[in-house]
Design a protein around this ligand. Structure first.
Ligand code: SF4
Length: 439
């Protein structure tokens, strides 16, 4: 039985490697190994892949640019003037990798629903050489748009999580699996990479909140923590692989911090790992208190991010009330009073929410500029199955239209307005940088 696991290339207007790792696929690899099943692995989005002729140098905190090439836009984007790219290892190198091999099963993972062209490409390429190969697509796109995935030519759409993979394979394939495993019994197979600079770790699954624009609670309708022992084993593996930067993919890392974050990170600190720690999934300002700040101070901290979204009370309330203005103010003041460098505090703002005015975004950016922290604009896009998606589903005739670079221009702001916003934020961040260089 020959199996190939693939993280596909990305088609988009823009794409940058902020610790993008196919964590779900690495869990699947771990599951297969535990069942004694061999496989090949190919990650198009590995910036240090041996299949890249030229590797782009890493920038700050092991982030960096992906290899890219021009890509043809589908007709649906004809009105949108920006150039379109295919990111990742070339198709030619992938063909070299699969030449002389024949596969029975192709497992492909997926992330954004508007990145499905990469999956399409991989299926076509592998099927061309292996017409009988059976394809299984899993991951975010498969879970949110299973019908669309079927129409792409996938034989099976796996919309469960890795704990349900055993039953899925038994019911749908002739792959012999001996045993099911819980997530806590698996360690993502990062050792599949020959040269690993950064990695992502998950310590809790799901999120207890229900924000109107977010698919996390739909992707995991549960919220639980992994045992500390399992998390430390994951970190031990990353240390043995000489990883420089670790980030956490958790969506509610600080929730009930007395039971999870605080004792877990005390243990992590005791282990004295050599990597930098990054918190790239926005943390809840509500839970940033002295005890959390004290942990951050003891860590070799690369960056931390806060989900600010907006300083408009109306928007915060309408989108789910996950934080309020007092909490934002208190958290920022606490971090800054404790000597944190504002350039390391990434504050995410959402742009393009329904009912939002462009002035709301500008006010939020101005507020953060006064605090001297780093501002990051995140363009809102409706994610299938979320509450806000319903408002737009009539105009979304193709998932490509939910591309984050496109959607706001498609229905809300002009390209010029968006560019002005981006320029404003760039100038604010520049002022903050200059400020810290002077002090
Ligand atoms: S936006 Fe954050 S807090 Fe809200 S549901 Fe999603 S992950 Fe949870």
């Amino acid at each position: 039985m020959q199996i190939l696991l693939v993280n596909p290339p990305i088609y988009d207007f823009t794409c940058y490697d902020y610790w993008l790792k196919p964590l779900g696929l690495l869990y699947v690899a771990s599951f297969l190994r535990k069942n004694g099943i061999g496989f090949d692995f190919f990650d198009f989005m590995d910036r240090r892949s041996p299949f890249l002729e030229k590797k782009n140098k890493s920038k700050f905190l092991s982030t960096g640019k992906f290899r890219k090439e021009d890509a043809a836009k589908k007709d649906i984007f004809a009105w949108f003037k920006r150039p379109y790219f295919r990111y990742g290892v070339s198709k030619e190198k992938f063909l070299e990798f699969i030449s002389n091999k024949s596969y029975d099963f192709l497992f492909i993972t997926s992330m954004m629903t508007y990145w499905y062209e990469g999956i399409e490409e991989v299926i076509e390429t592998v099927k061309d050489k292996n017409p009988d190969v059976k394809t299984i697509v899993g991951g975010v796109y498969a879970k949110l748009l299973p019908e669309h995935a079927k129409n792409l030519g996938c034989n099976f759409v796996f919309s469960g999580n890795v704990e349900e993979l055993y039953q899925f394979l038994k019911d749908n394939t002739d792959i012999y699996v001996k045993k099911s495993f819980k997530l806590e019994e698996l360690i993502p197979s990062y050792d599949l990479y020959k040269d690993l600079e950064s990695a992502a770790v998950l310590t809790q699954v799901g999120c207890p909140y229900r924000c109107t624009y977010c698919a996390v609670p739909i992707l995991n309708n549960t919220f639980y923590s992994l045992p500390f022992e399992n998390i430390l084993k994951q970190l031990d593996l990353l240390e043995s692989l000489n990883v420089k930067d670790v980030t956490f993919y958790d969506d509610a890392l600080l929730f009930k911090k007395e039971k999870h974050f605080l004792p877990l990170f005390e243990k992590i600190i005791e282990k004295n790992y050599s990597f930098r720690f990054n918190f790239s999934n926005g943390l809840h300002t509500r839970f940033i208190e002295k005890d959390v700040v004290d942990i951050f101070k003891k860590l070799n901290l690369g960056m931390l991010s806060l989900s600010i979204e907006s300083v408009s009370k109306d928007i915060l309330t309408k989108t789910g009330n996950k934080i309020n203005l007092d909490e934002i103010e208190r958290a920022l003041n606490l971090l800054l009073k404790n000597g944190f460098d504002g350039r390391k505090i990434f504050c995410y703002i959402l742009v393009g929410l329904p009912d939002e005015r462009i002035e709301d975004v500008i006010d939020t950016a101005r507020y953060l500029k006064e605090k001297r922290v780093r501002i990051v604009l995140n363009e809102f896009t409706p994610v299938p199955k979320t509450e806000l998606y319903d408002r737009y589903k009539k105009i979304i005739t193709d998932p490509l239209l939910t591309n984050k670079s496109v959607f706001s221009s498609y229905y809300k702001y002009s390209e010029e307005e968006l560019q002005n916003l981006k320029n404003l934020v760039r100038s604010f961040n520049w002022e903050t940088k200059r400020y810290y260089e002077r002090v």
